[in-house]
Design a protein around this ligand. Sequence first.
Ligand code: ZN
Ligand code: ZN
Length: 179
Amino acid sequence: MPPTDATTLLRDTALRVTRPRVAVIEQLRRHQHADADTIAQAVRADLGKVSTQAIYDVLAALTDVGLVRRIEPAGSPARYEMRVGDNHHHAICRECGAIADVPCAVGERPCLQASDDHGYAIDEAEVIYWGHCPACLERAAATHLPEELNETDPQRQQALPLTEPSGIPKFENPSKETT
Ligand SMILES: [Zn+2]
Ligand SMILES: [Zn+2]
């Protein structure tokens, strides 16, 4: 099924069709889970001068009407995607920040059944699986393999390559912002 074109999507939400909005939707389709800076750069390449603030405004409007989903991984700028409404989850690489979609664990939004809802009317559950992506695992294996072959300490071997000292994901400074 070919994706509905951006203009039609916007009309269906009663949002005014503007060039920046159309451009943001098109770029979100190209850059899955992109942050606002990435989208802003891509939109500028298409349309010329558009301020980063304008891109934030467009992303907020699209998120409000449910065309775009915003995810906020700890330690990283917010990411945006066009895949909405299926309550899918994300696997995020601690090393490079790569993000992969993970379908909801078992069928119909089971994670919305909180074991204790504390009286909240729950409408969304967000799970982030933190770990290392295949590319980073491969890179780590390639780097550590020769050393590991000669390594005799079993504890050390066990620790490679999945552990990192801080356990804090390495992302760019989230507060960095250009206008
Ligand atoms: Zn990675
Ligand atoms: Zn996603």
